[in-house]
Design a binder for this molecule. Sequence first.
Ligand code: G4P
Ligand code: NA
Ligand code: NA
Length: 191
Amino acid sequence: MKLLEERIHEDGVVLPGNVLKVNQFLNHQIDPELMKQVGEEFVRLFQDEEITRIVTVEASGIAPAIMAGLLLQVPVVFARKSKSSITDQNAYTAEVYSYTKKVTNTISIDRKFLDPNDKVLIIDDFLANGQAVIGLLDICEAAGVDVVGVGIVIEKSFQKGAQLIKDRGVRLESLARIASFSENQVHFVEE
Ligand code: G4P
Ligand code: NA
Ligand code: NA
């Protein structure tokens, strides 16, 4: 997505450890107009699917997810994150290890917000090692819902998340795909 790549070039800050800071428009301040266009792009990419629900993780996945949900007129569910492993019988849970933050979080979704008849689109802001998305896929599997695909705003293609998702046979669409960083430069995957 051209506009998104331009915005990353303009406002993205490359930090040590291959981390891209995008606090100007996605992870702290949010640009609603850009998010609207992100939502439109997800809807265009998955237009042949009869999506009934969007699933994401708090916090930063919510903005892009809600824009897609608004356009598709379907509910948006965000998995909640907590530090301790919760034993809520009414929730589907998954353990998610963050390589970046070196912590394990439990993510959970109340059972009443996933129906076995659902066709789910998973959306998240970043795809790095893929642990958050894998956790969501595990939850969707436990709930017996059909996952039509995963939509990511920014994929770091040099990390293992993209391959892990494809290995599970799940369709992956990322709007910006980063091949590498150098100095303060972002290099996108050539189409
Ligand atoms: P993974 O889910 O792909 O395995 O990601 P990882 O554990 O490596 O990253 C943990 C958190 O850091 C996630 O956010 C993820 O979205 C984010 N992240 C990973 N790489 C980058 C990056 O290069 N830039 C930015 N800005 N974020 C990155 P989170 O902890 O779930 O936080 P949030 O959703 O509340 O923001
Ligand atoms: Na996220
Ligand atoms: Na994040």
